[in-house]
Design a protein. Structure first.
Length: 86
């Protein structure tokens, strides 16, 4: 798999704390190795045709789109904020 980052993802990621960034990096590694890894809790977003979400931690969510063997990371941050604007 190849993981690419949108400009929005990169901008929001830079605002995360050091601990949050570490959680996201770990989650990205797991996502790259196995998108079905249980602790990521990957699922398709309700009401969104092709956007998925994953959980780097209890508080954080990442949204992404899968196209073939490529994952496009769209957003990351606090659960409610991210899910309102995936």
């Amino acid at each position: 798999m190849e993981i690419l980052f949108t400009e929005q993802f990169e901008q929001v990621y830079e605002k995360l704390t050091k601990a949050e960034k570490q959680s996201v990096r770990k989650a990205l590694t797991l996502l790259d190795d196995d998108p079905k890894y249980p602790s990521l809790r990957v699922k398709k977003m309700e009401g969104r045709k092709s956007i998925w979400e994953a959980s780097p931690s209890k508080r954080l969510r990442m949204t992404f789109k899968m196209v073939g063997e490529t994952i496009f990371m769209r957003n990351v941050g606090e659960h409610d904020k991210v899910l309102r604007r995936p």
